[in-house]
Design a binder for this molecule. Sequence first.
Ligand code: SF4
Length: 346
Amino acid sequence: MDNFSKSLVHWHKNHGRHDLPWQCEPTPYHVWVSEIMLQQTQVGTVIPYYTRFIERFPNIQLLGNADIDEVLSCWAGLGYYARGRNLHRAAKIICDDFDGTLPSDKEKLLTLPGIGRSTAGAIMALAFKQHHAILDGNVKRVLCRFYAVNGWPGEPAVEKQLWQLAENLTPERNVAWYTQAIMDLGATICTRSKPQCDICPVSQECIARKQESQHKYPASKPKKIIPLRKTVFLLLENKKGEILFEKRPATGIWGGLWCFPECSADDDIEKWLLAKTGFSGSIIQKLSIIKHTLTHFRMEILPIHLKVKQCNNVKETSDQQWCLIDDALKFGTPTPVRNLLQAFPN
Ligand code: SF4
């Protein structure tokens, strides 16, 4: 619908966001990094991470050649770490297979790790000014309300319908402005809890507004019980005051990040310690339980501080290291580990 895109582009000229760091110099690399960081994360949170990341890795070659630990260290705190790992893997592939240049072809973009249909569409529209639709969370919300689309947008049938609408609405001309405009509308006007319909540029045609049913759209995800996982973080301190860290496997929760050794809440700590270190140790303190929620489960983490005199069974490897806390803060660590390190008495 031509009116929709024209109204949005016109509105964006005066009311959209024009000064975001990745907009100052919208190179394909900058757009790509920003789009990956913006997945599941708000603009205000992303800006400092994006700025630091681009300072450290100003181009694809430097990112592709970097050590994954350094990339994850820049990502630490932003969450959804698979995004950082995929960005790094994709940069390597771009260096090896695409002469170090992000491809300006949607099908090729889709072969890169971490780039799905909407992200590829955003890169094509924003960086290459080509006619491609996007359908991120903000756009889904706007379209669900504008057309009163029933059903949860994560359902394949609903998503298919939304893609069709998104493609119909995306204009041939001004595609970059339109794409930025619809993202901005969702982020600043058609917000989740209090849409500002009074100042919305497409309110005249919006079905949800006419029906005063904005709050019904988009439908919520059907509720499912998120399982609880209990675990124990062991802050194992040697006589030099160093703490033992282990790098997690590349896949799975917190893949590739550094964590404390972990045991089950049901394990006997003394036995675990003897098996791990070859020596008995002493529990100094049981710290307060940390609650942490991930996409598929909740965690209850009991951190226990232990001291050991000797650790003959613990050899330093690339995946297992003794480290002072100040040095460990430079590692890529998940948020609960980082919070514990920052609170830990030196
Ligand atoms: S009129 Fe209201 S509900 Fe409809 S698109 Fe605009 S802000 Fe969203």
